[in-house]
Design a protein around this ligand. Structure first.
Ligand code: ADP
Ligand code: GN1
Ligand code: MG
Length: 352
């Protein structure tokens, strides 16, 4: 560090790692210190190996003028032994990032412009990773967006009901069961080779994008732990889930704003229309549906399992999150036709 660390305060609202902002003596440089969640990432060395390759690739690229200007700044700070993380005496894994200054992340979108901005950023990110060289990145969490597998995990937790909570969430369990049919659509298209495997972020939610405090522009995509092989549709689906909703993940009655969807898809296709396949484009709206359903299911599974995966602030937090996802799912289902029309029209304009 440029000077001795003088403080480390909890920071941000991520659901997985323990994140701290670190100030140094003389005020010369701030850092983000993270203890990697060992329960979620049993092999931290593997995620750090992936991150090293991904950040090196991103740094080798000329960055488009309209977004992600500061992406090359995101480079892990090595230890004195020149390793990417520190293993502490009690077996915890710690790592350090430079703080991306003059930025903040948001937990929910407030305007159509912001929806465009995050769509543009993740589309550019996808484009930058398009020619990522072999070998394949390590699959650090197997079946991460395998929705049928997420259903199996849900069924298991429902059957066990270790905290006797199933009775508190009968309507949500019913919604989950009613939606089992058709939930395998992305996974089937993936395994049958109808959609190309790409290097994707896999956790494309809005608070993983740093926005410039002055201009509002997206300058850097963070939280690279899950960057690994997957479908571009996983990322777009997560964007629909988090950047078109009228309410945050903790709030009831989330609905999809069609005008925000329109801007999101426009932003995303700006840098991807030239290379996404027709099948990918056609399935963009459906990806929003599937990833929203899948995430709701994951929150419900964690609620039934006694909150062992996602960080929670209160006893029914995961249930509240599940409700918001399922409410958004209903709204998506009501507007899927219009989402498809908007997607086709936007693609027609941008791919000309
Ligand atoms: P988690 O995996 O728990 O979601 P993240 O890596 O997303 O952890 O970090 C949590 C939050 O910390 C982010 O949403 C963001 O607000 C903030 N953050 C993370 N890395 C940086 C960084 N390099 N510069 C500034 N803020 C950051
Ligand atoms: C977690 O780490 P964070 O908060 O950016 C989770 C995502 C979920 C998301 C739901 C590694 O993301 O998969 O979609 O919560 N990350 C991991 O908000 O499981
Ligand atoms: Mg995060």
């Amino acid at each position: 560090l440029p000077g001795a660390a003088i403080s480390a305060e909890p920071y941000g609202s991520g659901h997985i790692n323990d994140t701290y902002i670190v100030e140094t003596e003389g005020g010369d440089g701030r850092f983000i210190l993270q203890r990697i969640n060992k329960h979620v990432f049993p092999e931290p060395a593997a995620i750090m190996e992936n991150i090293a390759r991904v950040t090196a690739h991103l740094q080798s690229k000329p960055i488009a003028q309209d977004t992600l200007q500061r992406q090359p700044d995101l480079n892990i700070v090595s230890t004195h032994d020149d390793t990417a993380y520190h293993l502490s005496a009690n077996g915890d894994f710690w790592r350090l990032w430079p703080f991306v200054e003059n930025t903040s992340s948001i937990d929910r979108v407030q305007s159509a412009e912001q929806a465009f901005t995050v769509g543009l950023a993740f589309g550019a990110f996808q484009s930058l990773l398009r020619d990522f060289p072999r070998p394949r990145l390590i699959e650090t969490i197997a079946n991460f967006h395998n929705t049928p597998h997420r259903f199996e995990q849900f069924s298991e937790s429902h059957k066990k009901d270790v905290c006797d909570r199933a009775k508190q969430c009968a309507p949500e369990i019913e919604t989950a069961l009613n939606n089992a049919g058709g939930a395998d659509v992305l996974q089937n298209l993936y395994t049958s080779g109808q959609l190309p495997e790409r290097v994707v972020h896999n956790d494309a939610k809005i608070n993983n994008v740093m926005l410039d405090i002055d201009t509002g522009e997206a300058v850097c995509i963070i939280d690279l732990d899950t960057v690994m092989p997957g479908l571009a549709l996983f990322d777009f689906g997560d964007l629909v889930r988090t950047a078109t909703a009228s309410a945050g993940e903790d709030d009831d009655n989330a609905t999809l704003h069609l005008s925000w969807y329109e801007q999101l898809v426009k932003g995303f296709l700006t840098h991807t229309a030239s290379f996404l396949t027709a099948k990918e484009v056609e399935n963009l709206p459906l990806a929003g549906r599937i990833i929203t359903l899948e995430t709701g299911l994951r929150f419900l599974t964690d609620y039934l399992s006694g909150d062992t995966y996602f960080k929670t602030d209160r006893v029914d937090h995961n249930l509240a999150r599940c409700r918001s996802q399922f409410s958004l799912l209903t709204s998506i289902d009501q507007q899927l036709d219009q989402m498809q029309e908007i997607t086709a029209a936007t693609y027609a304009k941008l791919s000309r």
